[in-house]
Design a protein around this ligand. Structure first.
Ligand code: CDP
Length: 228
């Protein structure tokens, strides 16, 4: 078969608030079009976890940037490790949910991760996060803003927690989802907002699979157009 290396460079940027279904959609799309998937939230979560464990506060810019110089993040297929320790499960904890946005608002943290994310895109990718279409990949071929009602998003998070065998309180989760949205949308650097030229999808009344199908169809169609 002809090697269409160029075709592999498609970048799909998916942004949206917590619990909108971004990772399910991004994973499915990546598989359908055959490019890697990058969960950028996991990178922010791993940094937050690590720095918190080491008592480095988000507003201590000097210590944050000093530590980031030698913090080693490794992303595998659905796994992430920090300084050689697998933190895949730990980064999904309620603790990390509560602290991640404060770290993610810091310029030192964002600068470090923006470069790292761009470096992954050479062979094309589907990346989900908060600033994929606005800052990291403004030239992405396809930009999606995936959203849903806060109540529906909190219900999904609640279900996820129970399925993992963890304790969960719906009202607490709803409060935290709203707080995190506010934090992510109003921060000075790279606030969460729909990127120019993005397609906005409201998944409130869709299952994760339906939303994934909708975005995957767009990506596949885009690929078809490109190959013409
Ligand atoms: O899965 P969920 O949507 O709850 O969160 P996530 O994608 O794992 O991201 C966790 C947090 O990291 C977000 O609330 C943001 O504060 C931050 N984040 C960011 O600032 N920029 C990104 N590209 C991805 C995540």
């Amino acid at each position: 078969m002809e090697d269409k290396t160029e075709d592999k460079r498609i970048v799909v940027a998916i942004d949206g608030p917590a619990g909108a279904g971004k990772s399910t959609v991004a994973r499915a799309v990546a598989e359908r079009i055959g490019v890697p998937y990058l969960d950028t939230g996991a990178l922010y979560r791993a940094i937050a976890l690590k720095l918190h464990e080491e008592h480095i506060m988000p507003d201590d810019g000097e210590r944050v940037s000093e530590r980031l110089k030698d913090l080693r993040l490794e992303v595998g297929r659905g796994t992430i490790s920090a300084d050689g320790v697998d933190v895949t499960a730990e980064i999904r904890s309620a603790l990390v949910d509560g602290i991640v946005s404060a770290y993610a608002a810091r310029p030192e943290v964002r600068d470090a991760l923006t470069g790292l994310q761009r470096a992954q895109a050479a062979r094309g990718l589907v990346a989900d996060g908060r600033d994929m279409g606005t800052v990291v990949f403004p030239d992405a071929e396809l930009k999606i803003f995936l959203t849903a009602d806060a109540e529906e998003r909190a219900r999904r998070r609640y279900k996820e927690r129970l399925e993992r065998g963890e304790e969960a309180d719906y009202d607490d989760i709803l409060k935290q989802v709203k707080e995190r949205d506010r934090y992510d949308m109003t921060r000075e650097i790279a606030p969460l907002r729909p990127a120019q030229g993005c397609i906005i999808i409201d998944s409130s009344d869709m299952s994760a699979e339906e939303a994934a199908d909708a975005v995957a169809s767009l990506a596949v169609e885009f690929e078809r157009q490109r190959k013409r």
